[in-house]
Write a protein that binds this ligand. Structure first.
Ligand code: UT7
Length: 325
């Protein structure tokens, strides 16, 4: 029986920083409000000529380097994103082209903020089935392109970036469990209404601002706390481990208060909660992928440590995983 294991990670964040103080000049808000309600201090914003596949490519190059693997040995690329370069072709195909990953299939996966963990599970299943040996799993977003910088309730939350991981066939079980669910009843809670087949792009759709991200923040908040706890417990149960064995909890980096509430419900000590939302804001499907690369590179996790991921996203989608490093 073969397993799948993460053999390398990478991430990329644009250089341009937008601080809370910058927002004080754009909308009616304050650094104090943003920090206390969300934990965010700053976020990264892509230059106008940079799109999702560009950041995904940069993160992927680092992940391949870390895994010491040649692009031609990659059998597949799965990219979680809600802000692809184009509606089609898939941004993963653009990454595949730039990497010259000649032997790889490529597809994008739309699961809101849960995209990276959904992609991880898909890659694991393909590897364990014997159909692939190495799959590049990416979460990448250019949310600044769909954020309405006149809407103070959403614009302060989101940032741009990308994270990637190489998942490879292994004798060691590196992905102990994943848990994926969806609750489509809540489809309208986080949405980009126009640009698809329901509301095609027209002058009217642009005038009405329907291409911007809309979110019912309060509803998402309540669902977020419950969802992160529930999904975490399911992944822990499936992995047949205990909460005490978890070395690091990496929840979706959307709001510090949501993460902290979930940590408390799980009875995890404060030092086991990883937070970087203060520096990146909410980067949707890139969020836990960037976080993973950070903890790998700064030595916060060591071999055999158990990492617990939990994410809630547009859909709603729910995703969690227990990973053995
Ligand atoms: O990626 C998917 C997951 N997404 C999330 O997890 C987001 C979840 N939701 C949240 O993080 C929070 O709901 C927000 C941070 C978006 C909002 O925080 P809140 O504590 O739920 O605030 P609220 O929406 O209840 O608004 C409270 C007040 C309102 O004013 P009134 O009606 O009480 O006068 C808002 O208009 O805060 C006002 N407000 C702001 N004030 C200053 C909303 N945004 C801002 C702002 N600056 N940026």
């Amino acid at each position: 029986m073969s397993f799948a294991k993460i053999t390398g990670t990478g991430s990329y964040a644009p250089e341009k920083v937008l601080t809370n103080y910058d927002f004080e000049k754009i909308v009616d808000t304050s650094d104090e409000w943003i920090r206390t309600r969300t934990g965010i201090r700053e976020r990264r914003i892509a230059d106008p000529d940079v799109a999702t596949s560009d950041m995904a490519y940069e993160a992927s190059v680092k992940a391949l380097e870390a895994a010491s693997i040649d692009p031609s040995d990659i059998d597949g690329i799965i990219l979680g994103t809600v802000t692809p370069d184009y509606l089609f072709p898939a941004s993963s195909c653009l990454v595949q082209h730039r990497l010259e990953a000649k032997n790889a299939f490529a597809f994008d996966l739309s699961a809101g903020c849960s995209g990276f963990i959904y992609a991880l599970q898909a890659a694991k299943a393909i590897i364990v089935s014997g159909d692939a040996e190495n799959i590049l799993v990416i979460g990448a977003e250019t949310l600044s392109r769909i954020v309405d910088y006149r809407d103070r309730s959403t614009c302060i939350l989101f940032g741009d970036g990308a994270g990637a991981a190489v998942l490879s066939k292994s004798d060691e079980n590196g992905i102990l469990s994943t848990y994926l669910r969806a609750n489509g009843e809540e489809w309208d809670k986080i949405i980009q209404p126009a640009g698809g087949s329901r509301i095609p792009s027209t002058e009217e759709s642009v005038r009405k601002g329907l291409h911007y991200l809309k979110m019912k923040g309060n509803d998402v908040f309540k669902e977020g706390v419950k969802g992160l706890e529930y999904a975490s417990l399911e992944a822990i149960k499936k992995a047949d481990v205990t909460t005490e064995q978890i070395a690091l909890f990496i929840p979706h980096q959307a709001n510090h208060r949501i993460m902290e509430a979930a940590r408390k419900r799980l009875n995890l000590p404060p030092e086991k909660l990883f937070v970087n939302v203060d520096r990146y804001g909410n980067t949707s499907s890139a969020s836990v992928a960037i976080a993973l690369d950070e903890v790998v590179r700064n030595g916060r996790i060591k071999k055999d440590d158990l990492i617990l991921f939990a994410v809630i996203g547009s859909g709603f989608t729910l995703a969690s995983a227990v990973v053995r490093w």
